[in-house]
Design a protein around this ligand. Structure first.
Ligand code: ADP
Ligand code: MG
Ligand code: MG
Length: 883
């Protein structure tokens, strides 16, 4: 095996393509060297060596040392210095560098090779003893930390004491003699702590540092970072050994970092900071305040201290040119690290810059205009789920924040409103045109109507997958959950946080992007959906094959979805329409009625309400397809749950409490999600389906007359498993269609289709397709029924499953391709065997998940349908899926 790849002097054995083997830093150092950029010569020890190290009890692989020494010989030839030499010593940096960037998570040792002799030689050679002792003290500290395991603080304490004693403010104020004294104090402390002196032999130092950097792959910080960013442990880190260049060689030397464009706005201006007479991490460590590299940046920051542009114009010009070259070469914004040694510029690192979503958009659009990248590449570079940040109002960064608590940022965006503590209060306030924040300890399905009208939701309990979090994200409502330091005092109608007591009606602001809760009203920035965002979306629309529809039950959802570019409604859940206001009472009457006659009486009263809902939706969607699903949930969801509620309902309905109790018992189901629901309802009580079909067709007639835009309602039958089920329900719908169109004297085109959400339906798709004119995958239920896992109970063990590696992701969030996906493929293929041109879509939560959207593209679905705020995400993801 080859463990070592060298670079330097315009040549390199590796290149940017070797990121897996050489790590990002090593691969890009090689690439820069090949480009002829000024890179100190060096070598990269591969990530394979790191894996060997861990698989063999943390020792270096055989043959590695020879290869490294050979590489160092090459560096000696280029620099004219010798490692371990007492005359002109070659000093080395030993740097970590994994495949994925893990900024600051692992360790680096600088100035390696220094000892009590070579420190003298270095000072002599450079004509600067202060510099040599400054380098030595840095080396001792870093080496002791990374390799010998001593805390930084032990060293910092000593230095602080010395600075105080000498009356110095900055490290740069110390003289050679003073640094020499600090070094002797360091060595004393170290020997006391470890019982051994600081290692003087350069080769011993070198192997220690290489092992130390490998070991840093497993330090607590790195392990946590990998977990948070899904970086496999098996990737390992490379080690880069490189000739040192010195930014601490006096006032013509410096070190800095820069972005080739502004990483927060995306503006095309070089952006960065540097420090004169400094080394390594000084810029980020906050020891001194760094200076801006450009004049423009200096002016913008209001700083008096000169920019690099002003201070070192020639070096700056060279630097700017290199930045331009790097950007053109990599065709992306670069984040670079550099050092200037006595006026000579050295490049030490380059990588693609991390950036905000807004910056990512601007850069992508600008680079297309500059001819650097294609539209496809621009589209591919935006992470779809990051768009979420752009679609909601955000708190003006310039506004003051009066923080009264904080929780988890469960659903992005900021919202302001009056505090209410119950869903009913929320609904009542909204009816009066007031804006509210619904504050609960936690939420449950009964709170849905209140959540829907709230500007934002705050809970003091629960996590990122709690009911409040999931529902709010679906609705696109800003939400903070689990604000544990705050207390809801329901009895007295109070919210208490940070010693502040707020009452119902007091105004608060929540920031669902940061998790903060603020007192009062705060200035907001409105989302900007035109400009770069609009342009990118346009390109995405031009590219994608699938349509994007939305799941919308209310006019406000439908409107929001249209403004985000939805091309129709893929799922309108009619049951949500029955929770609102007075309707729930009529609905209960219907459910509790003794017989068909009683049910029909209640249904007659529901008909005009339901018709009104559809008329509005049809008007908003203006000729775009609207898929309406017949009543789906088990009826008990509409019924009173507590004794108190039951008493109230009995009183309202003029029913005997005991009789009501008996009816409730009779309706009880052991397993309602697998019980009397879906098309089973329409078969048991066809009058319900009749009413819904009548409302749909009457609304379609009305819409056709009023708007002139032809509406083609798509009526969707839920939970079909048998061909005979869809036959029966379709019979009911067709009969009503004839009646309504006959009465109106108007032809209405419509489709009757089915959800595919049971494995049997997927397998029997060819038979079901004889009756069904379209399919829509209800992947929430299909996942539930394929796995036999109840979605409402999954949270309890799904996290355990993930932690123990039983599943690598939650199948309710991202489609399970192997099982659920195979059923989908089977259903699509068999369905189209019967009905080749059949429209097939998806309307489960997965319809807004980018990875699942790619799968839908691959199996040839016609559309995906998702919640309104995910529409732009789906547009982008569907475009990416075609690339
Ligand atoms: P990180 O991955 O944490 O950024 P690096 O390996 O990039 O760690 O090292 C941190 C800093 O050390 C660099 O930004 C640079 O300032 C300094 N450094 C690294 N190698 C050298 C070198 N060969 N010469 C001078 N400074 C170096
Ligand atoms: Mg770095
Ligand atoms: Mg379903």
């Amino acid at each position: 095996v080859k463990w070592v790849y060298t670079f330097g002097d315009g040549k390199a054995e590796g290149s940017a393509r070797d990121v897996a083997l050489l790590g990002g830093k090593g691969a890009n150092l090689a690439e820069m060297a090949s480009l002829g950029l000024p890179v100190p010569p060096g070598l990269t020890v591969t990530t394979e060596a790191c894996n060997w190290f861990y698989n063999n009890g943390r020792v270096l692989p055989p043959g590695l040392q020879e290869e490294v020494l050979k590489g160092i010989a090459g560096m000696e030839a280029i620099t004219g210095r010798r490692f371990g030499d007492a005359g002109r010593p070659l000093l080395l940096s030993v740097r970590s560098g994994a495949r994925a960037s893990m900024p600051g998570m692992m360790d680096t040792v600088l100035n390696l090779g220094l000892n009590d002799d070579s420190v003298q030689a270095l000072g002599h050679d450079a004509g600067d003893a202060r510099f040599a002792w400054d380098s030595y003290r840095r080396f001792i500290q870093m080496y002791s930390n990374v390799v010998l395991g001593l805390d930084h603080e032990l060293f910092e304490e000593i230095l602080e004491d010395e600075k105080n004693r000498l009356g110095h403010e900055f490290d740069t104020d110390l003289t050679a003699v003073e640094w020499q004294h600090v070094v002797s104090l360091y060595k004393e402390m170290l020997e006391e702590e470890l019982g051994e002196p600081f290692p003087q032999e350069p080769h011993e130092q070198l192997w220690g540092a290489v092992s130390g950097v490998f070991s840093s792959w497993m330090n607590a910080r790195a392990v946590t970072y990998r977990m948070l960013h899904n970086i496999p442990e098996a990737w390992g880190t490379a080690v880069n050994i490189q000739a040192m260049v010195f930014g601490n060689l006096g006032t013509s030397s410096a070190t800095g970092v820069a972005f080739t464009r502004n990483p927060s706005t995306g503006e095309k201006t070089l952006y960065g900071e540097f420090l004169v007479n400094a080394q390594g991490e000084d810029v980020v460590a906050g020891i001194r305040t760094p200076q801006s590299i450009t004049e423009e940046g200096r002016i913008a920051s209001g700083s008096e201290r000169p920019s690099m542009e002003k201070l070192m114009p020639q070096t700056f010009a060279a630097f700017r040119e290199i930045c331009d070259r790097l950007e053109a070469h990599y065709r992306d914004v670069q984040d670079v690290e550099f050092t200037i040694e006595r006026g000579k510029l050295w490049m030490l690192q380059t990588r693609s810059a991390k950036r905000t979503t807004r910056a990512a958009m601007k850069v992508a659009v600008d680079m297309v205009a500059e001819g650097l990248i294609t539209r496809e590449e621009a589209i591919a570079r935006i992470e779809p789920s990051s768009l979420d940040q752009l679609l909601h109002p955000t708190i003006d960064p310039k506004a003051g924040r009066d923080v009264i608590g904080s929780g988890l940022p469960a659903s992005p965006g900021a919202a302001t409103g009056e505090i209410v503590f119950t869903a009913e209060e929320a609904v009542a306030a909204e009816a009066e045109g007031r804006k509210v924040i619904l504050v609960r300890i936690e939420t449950s399905p009964e709170d849905i109507h209140g959540m829907h009208v709230a500007e934002g939701i705050l809970t003091t309990r629960g996590g990122m997958t709690s009911h409040a979090a999931v529902v709010a994200r679906g609705m696109g409502i800003p939400c903070v959950v689990g604000a544990g330091t705050m207390r809801v005092d329901l009895r007295n109608g109070r919210l208490i946080g940070m010693g502040m007591t707020l009452e119902k009606g007091d105004v608060i602001t929540i920031d669902g992007s940061s998790g903060q809760v603020l007192a009062g009203r705060v200035a907001m920035l409105q989302p900007e959906l035109s400009g770069d965002f609009g342009r990118l979306m346009e390109w995405a629309d031009g590219l994608r094959r699938m349509d994007i529809r939305t799941n919308a039950d209310t006019p406000s959802d439908a409107r929001a979805a249209r403004s985000f570019g939805a091309e129709g409604i893929g799922l309108c859940r009619t049951e949500h329409m029955f929770f609102d206001g007075g309707r729930i009472h009529v609905m209960r009457e219907m459910i509790l009625a003794e017989d068909e006659k009683g049910r029909r009486a209640a249904l007659d009263r529901l008909l005009p309400m339901q018709r009104q809902d559809f008329t509005e939706l049809f008007a908003i969607m203006h000729g775009l397809p609207v898929t309406i699903r017949l009543l789906d949930p088990p009826l008990h969801e509409f019924l009173p749950k507590t004794g108190k509620e039951t008493r109230e309902v009995a009183a309202a309905m003029g029913m005997d409490e005991a009789v009501l109790g008996q009816r409730l018992d009779a309706l009880h189901e052991f397993n309602p999600m697998l019980g009397l629901r879906g098309c089973r309802l329409a078969i048991a009580y066809p009058e319900i389906a009749e009413m819904q079909a009548r409302a749909i067709f009457q609304a379609a007639v009305e819409a056709a007359r009023e708007t002139g835009a032809a509406v083609v309602p798509e009526i969707m039958v839920p939970l079909v498993g048998l061909r005979s089920e869809i036959d029966y329900v379709k019979g009911v719908i067709d009969r009503v269609a004839q009646e309504v169109t006959g009465e109106a004297g108007l032809r209405i085109d419509y489709l009757v289709g089915t959800m595919i959400e049971l494995p049997r339906a997927a397998l029997q798709a060819h038979a079901i397709a004889e009756a069904a004119e379209f399919f829509s995958f209800g992947t929430n239920d299909l996942t539930q029924t394929t796995f036999g896992i109840s979605r409402d109970d999954a949270a309890r063990f799904m996290t355990i499953y993930q932690r123990k590696g039983i599943v690598d992701h939650d199948p309710f969030v991202s489609l399970d391709f192997d099982g659920v996906g195979e059923l989908m493929e089977i259903a699509a293929t068999r369905g189209r065997r019967t009905r080749p041109k059949m429209k097939i879509g998806i309307c489960g939560e997965h319809g807004g998940d980018p990875v699942s959207i790619r799968f839908c593209e691959n199996i040839g679905l016609d559309y995906v349908s998702c919640s309104p705020f995910r529409v732009p995400i789906a547009r982008l993801a569907a475009a990416q899926a075609t690339i």
